[in-house]
Ligand binder design. Structure first.
Ligand SMILES: NC(=O)c1ccc[n+]([C@@H]2O[C@H](COP(=O)([O-])OP(=O)(O)OC[C@H]3O[C@@H](n4cnc5c(N)ncnc54)[C@H](O)[C@@H]3O)[C@@H](O)[C@H]2O)c1
Length: 310
C-alpha cells in the first residue's frame, strides 16, 4: 500500500469534502483543504486542517495547496446536472480545466496518489432498471457529465505518463448531513427543506425514474478505503434503487407533511435509471455500503431543521 499521510482535499469545505477531511484527520493524516467557498463554507472545514482559500484554476493557489502533499483527493467541482446547461462554459472551466490545472501542477516525485471524484452522470441512460457496472457505455447526457468524463480521461492519460497512481470514483446520488441547499443538487436535501417549509416537493417527469441514494458516510468509507490501495475506476453507490415517487412518499410520511408532490415536465440531462453495481469496489477494497435511506434520513432532517433559515 502506498503511504498516504499528507493529503490535499480540493473542495474540502463542501458537502462530501468536509466529511472526507474529518475522516482523514481522524485516521491520523495531515489535511490541507483548497476551496474557493463558491458553495462550501469555511466553518465546514474541520479544525486541524490547513485551509487555502483559492481556486483550482489558479496556478499559484494550487501550488501553495500542494506544499508538502503526498496524495490528492480532488473533489472540487461545480456540482449540478441541470444547472450545467445554463452555465456550461463555467462548468467545464472548473470541472475540466480546473482538474487539468491540478494535474499539470503536480510534482510526480512528491505526489504518490491521486483520487478523482467522478459521477454517475458519465454513463449513458439505461433502458431498464438494472445496476450498471463500470464498463457500461459512457455517453453523458449533460455538460456536467461531459466535463466529468473528460476530466477522468485527462487524469488517466497524464497521470499514467507521470507515473502517479489514480483512482477514479464515480459517486451516485449522495445524501447526508451538511449538504448546502440549492434548487439544483441533492434531491433529499431539497425535498426535506421544501417539506419543512410546507412547500410541495417538485418531481420532474413521472417520478418513476430510479436513483441510487448513497449515504455520505459510505462514500467517505469508499474514498478512504481505496486511498493508496486500489487503482482503477469504481462506482460508489448503495447498489439499491429507489424511485423519486417512493422517496417523496417516504419523506412525506416521515415528516407527516400535508404537501403533496407537484409534477413538472422532465428536464434535459436526467438519467431514467441510475443504479450502481458496486461489486468491483467490493472486490478491490472491501467497499460495503451499509447505511440505508430509511435508517439515515433523520440525519438530514435534523441537519436541515438546525439551519438558521429554512
Ligand atoms: N453530491 C452528489 O450527489 C455527487 C454525485 C456524484 C458526484 N459528486 C462529486 O463529488 C464531489 C463533491 O461534491 P459535493 O456534493 O460535496 O458538492 P459541493 O458543492 O458541496 O462541494 C464542492 C466544493 O468545491 C468547491 N469549489 C467549486 N468550484 C471550485 C473552484 N473553482 N475552486 C476551488 N473550489 C471550488 C465548492 O466551494 C464546494 O465547497 C464533486 O466532484 C461532485 O461532482 C457528487
Amino acid at each position: 500500500m502506498t503511504p498516504t499521510a499528507r493529503i490535499l482535499v480540493t473542495g474540502g469545505a463542501g458537502f462530501i469534502g468536509s466529511h472526507v477531511s474529518r475522516a482523514l484527520l481522524a485516521s491520523g493524516r495531515q489535511v490541507t483543504v483548497l476551496d474557493n467557498l463558491s458553495m462550501g463554507r469555511r466553518e465546514a472545514v474541520p479544525e486541524g486542517a490547513r485551509f487555502v482559500h483559492g481556486d483550482i484554476r489558479d496556478r499559484a493557489a494550487v501550488s501553495d495547496a500542494l506544499t508538502d502533499i503526498d496524495s490528492v483527493i480532488h473533489l472540487a467541482a461545480q456540482v449540478t446536472i441541470r444547472g450545467s446547461f445554463d452555465r456550461f462554459y463555467e462548468d467545464l472551466d472548473t470541472n475540466l480545466m480546473g482538474t487539468a490545472n491540478i494535474v499539470r501542477s503536480i510534482d510526480p516525485a512528491r505526489v504518490r496518489w491521486f483520487t478523482l471524484a467522478s459521477s454517475m452522470a458519465v454513463y449513458a441512460d439505461c433502458p431498464a432498471p438494472m445496476p450498471i457496472a463500470e464498463d457500461y457505455t459512457t455517453q453523458p447526457l449533460s455538460p456536467y457529465g461531459v466535463g466529468k468524463l473528460a476530466a477522468e480521461q485527462v487524469c488517466r492519460q497524464m497521470l499514467a505518463t507521470a507515473g502517479v497512481p489514480l483512482t477514479v470514483l464515480r459517486f451516485f446520488n449522495t445524501f447526508g448531513p451538511g449538504q448546502s441547499y440549492t434548487p439544483y443538487v441533492g434531491v433529499i436535501t431539497i425535498f426535506v427543506t421544501r417539506l419543512l417549509r410546507n412547500e410541495a416537493p417538485v418531481i420532474f417527469g413521472d417520478g418513476e425514474q430510479q436513483r441510487d441514494f448513497v449515504h455520505v458516510g459510505d462514500i467517505t468509507d469508499g474514498v478512504l478505503g481505496s486511498l493508496g490501495r486500489a487503482t482503477g475506476t469504481f462506482n460508489l453507490g448503495s447498489g439499491r434503487s429507489t424511485s423519486l415517487n417512493a422517496l417523496s412518499r417516504l419523506l412525506c410520511d416521515r415528516l407527516q407533511a400535508g404537501a403533496q408532490p407537484a409534477h413538472e415536465p422532465a428536464r434535459d440531462g436526467e438519467l431514467r435509471y441510475s443504479v450502481a453495481d458496486v461489486a468491483a469496489a467490493r472486490r478491490a477494497f472491501g467497499y460495503a455500503p451499509s447505511r440505508t435511506l430509511e435508517t439515515n434520513l433523520d440525519d438530514v432532517i435534523n441537519d436541515v431543521k438546525a439551519r438558521p433559515s429554512k
